[in-house]
Design a protein around this ligand. Sequence first.
Ligand code: DAH
Length: 366
Amino acid sequence: MQELESRNEAALAAIAAAQTPDELEAMRVEALGKQGWITLALKTLGGMSPDERQVAGPRIQGIRAAVSDALAARKQVLEDALLEQRLASETLDLTLPAPAAPRGSVHPVSQVMDELAEIFADLGFSVATGPEIEDDWHNFTALNMAETHPARAMHDTFYFPDADSDGRKMLLRTHTSPVQIRSMVAQGAPIRIIAPGRVYRSDSDATHTPMFHQVEGLVIDRDIHLGHLKWTLETFLKGFFERDDIVLRLRPSYFPFTEPSVEVDVGWQDVKGRRVLGGDGDAPGHGWMELLGSGMVNRKVIEFAGLDPDEWQGFAFGVGVDRLAMLKYGMDDLRAFFDGDNRWLAHYGFSAFDQPTLSAGVGARA
Ligand code: DAH
């Protein structure tokens, strides 16, 4: 018993001095494990006389309790210390400045397309799309430009070397007008769509890039006339340029896919040497700027698309999106649109949070 008492004292001292959980665990096994000295001492109780056991039993149990309490207490102390150490070394300084804001911006072309979608959605139009790799039937023939039509030559078309499986010549679409055909074929009538997207022509100078953007508009319904066209364009342009004094002038023109065809001019005025849209182009100090092509959809086009032109009529228009962006936001070089220069994008780009909405204004700028 004397020996047990001194082992107990030594063990308690060692436990109090232990520096790591591993050391403690080794001490626990040594005392309380299967072959531990306390476990073995408890086993000797069975061989004792009842009198001896009555004395030795509580003492050995006392030693067992003292050692396991000491182990638990020291373990707690070591764990607390470890936690303190982690808390001290893993602090987050919440007073540091926020990281730099993301630097990407929305390209003016994307912004303008979003603005157009918003304005026309309010007039009941949905957004339609078509392939940029087109066949010459959709791009030309169905738009009343037969193989030999001289208007084809004006389009500076990029052709692919191979025809498709129907023997149609393949090309990069030269305008968004083929989406008119695709929409009529796919959904029949009535129709109210705009179709924004990329178009391609083999042409390159200060005002022409081989790829640029157009938006097509198409309305097909019963009893549609030129008045609907003019009102729609006027409403669109007033909304887009955020001015009520937008004045349009319709001039007779020619496109194979419309009859009659009209070229639409918009009045501008001189404001400190800059042409600003708005006002009657015929007034002194004012002028007219050609903006877009449009007209009543040619009967032949409606027929090509599989609809009955005696039942369905409509109007269409096409306008350059890049041009609209330049006029609204004041860029003067089209080529810069496609240079990918970060300084230009930082200057003319829009915040991703600056979504155009009719309620907040389709031209809101951060
Ligand atoms: N597709 C024509 C072009 O690219 C633009 C155009 C003119 C579209 C008149 C139309 C339209 O829908 O009616 O030059």
